[in-house]
Each structure stands twice: as C-alpha cells, then as structure tokens.
Design a protein around this ligand. Structure first.
Ligand code: ZN
Ligand code: ZN
Length: 270
C-alpha cells in the first residue's frame, strides 16, 4: 500500500460492536503491518443509548488511559490520533458528549447519528410502518438539531448513514434540502465530513456515505475538509477501500485529504 493512506475511523474492543480480540494495540500493529501512514481509533460514545438488548457502553476513563498508553507505545511508528465517535441525540446526550470531549486531549472527534432517543436507526422500530420520507426526515432532523447546539466535533460521520437502512433509496428531493443545510452549517462552523468506506465493504457503494453527488455538493458550497475512514470493527477491515474514497475525492475536484491531530486538520496531497 502506498505511503499516504490515512484511515481515520475504526473501532477497537472498547466499542460494543467490535471484535473483543481487537485491542488498540492489535489495531495499531495491524495498521503498521498494512503500511498505513496514519490512523485514528474512534470508539463509540453513545450516551443514553436506547437499546437495552445491545447496550453501547464506553468505559471512558479506561478508554482514554488506553489511548494515552498507545500513543506513548506506538507514536514513533505510525501517526496515531486519539479519536472518538460520538452518537448524537439532541439534549442530555450532547451534554455528556461535551463532558467527555472537553475532559481529554482528543486529536479527532467524529459526530454521528446512530439512534433516535427511542431506538437505533438500523432496527425495525425506526422503520416499521413508516414511509421512507418520514424515516429520512427524522434522521436528518436529529442530525441538524444536534449540530445546531453542539460544536465540539471535527467531522460528521457517515452523513447520510440512514441510506444504509431504508427500504429503497430515499428520493433525492427528500433529502437534498437537509444535506444542503447540514453542509452549510458544517462549512460555516469550520468542520468537515468524512468518506466512510464501509459502504464499499458491504457492497452497497451506490448508497455510499456520502454519495458522489453529496460530496460534489459539499465542494460546490466551498467545503474543504474531508477525512476518509474504513469504520473497521475488526482488524481485517482496517484500511479497506481507502483508495475508493480517494477516487471519490479526486472525482469531486478535491486534491487533498484532511488528517487530524490535536483537533486541527492538516491537508495532505492525494
Ligand atoms: Zn458510526
Ligand atoms: Zn464507526
């Protein structure tokens, strides 16, 4: 693998849905073995997670201690970013996110929508008996509400993530007004978006996160900050399809990716 690949979204065993043997040390060793230039480990913090059957819990102090230890152990062998992926739900959950992020020197913070206050967005209760338009409305309303009130993040994760789960792709006219509003807010606030390459891994590239038109629209509106991440939940997927993400960026007219350290983007030429 060429030198300049950065995978800035992945999960270690600290995440409820990642493989238990996938320790942060194993993640980093794997990334080094694959020849990646840099990675961010971004485990889930989903405060007030509504699914009791599969609780998303993060032992924040233990996680932060493990990130610091990993930085000390591997920092001279790979560019390592201490990251976290926040699960946005408007209200109290965002206050808990703020406490976690402001209490530790994270390098990189992803903000994502994984659930409503009532249910994860990938489970039947979010979908059953509802029109695709209503599902999409609720998803983007949660995201927009969150970023209006919460600014302590760097990029939005899988911006159109709901497209992975809808029964039939939402019509463009249903979601483009939301996407526009979100992208404008992101740009105004000095934040960015990510290309989450897991769609290629799942074989649903046509429902890419983002799609090529969304990425093009971001560029058109003046967006500059884009990270790329595999969203790996097991070591085998680390670095997967990063080249696809780079191709998408080039096709949209971008010439750089953003690589985060100390919450600041550095622009690395593609
Ligand atoms: Zn996510
Ligand atoms: Zn993730």
């Amino acid at each position: 693998m060429a030198k300049n690949h950065f995978d800035q979204h992945m999960h270690s065993a600290f995440s409820y849905d990642a493989e238990p043997q996938n320790t942060i040390g194993h993640v980093i060793e794997t990334a080094i073995a694959k020849g990646l230039a840099g990675i961010a480990v971004t485990d889930h913090l989903d405060p007030l997670w509504p699914d009791e059957a599969a609780p998303s819990t993060l032992d924040v102090p233990a996680y932060e201690a493990a990130l610091t230890a990993a930085e000390n152990a591997y920092g001279d062998r790979i560019r390592f970013a201490k990251g976290i992926e926040l699960g946005f739900i408007p209200g109290e959950a965002l206050r808990i996110c703020e406490d976690a992020v402001s209490g530790y020197p994270y390098d990189f913070v992803i903000g994502s929508v994984h659930s409503s206050a009532e249910t994860p967005i990938d489970l039947p209760p979010f979908h059953e008996g509802r029109a695709v338009k209503d599902i999409v409305d609720e998803y983007y309303t949660i995201l927009l509400d969150s970023i209006r009130h919460y600014k302590n993040y760097d990029v939005i994760g899988h911006i159109n993530g709901i497209d992975r789960y809808t029964d039939g792709f939402a019509p463009k006219k249903a979601y483009m007004p939301y996407i526009d509003e979100i992208l404008r807010a992101v740009i105004k606030d000095g934040k960015g978006i990510e290309i989450n390459t897991s769609a290629f891994r799942y074989g649903i590239g046509s429902r890419g996160t983002p799609t090529q038109p969304i990425l093009g629209r971001y560029k058109e509106l003046g967006g500059e900050i884009v990270t790329i991440g595999s969203d790996a939940h097991r070591a085998a997927d680390i670095g997967a399809f990063l080249e696809k993400g780079e191709e998408m960026l080039l096709a949209a007219g971008f010439r750089h990716i953003a690589v985060y350290q100390n919450r600041q983007p550095e622009f690395v030429k593609l």
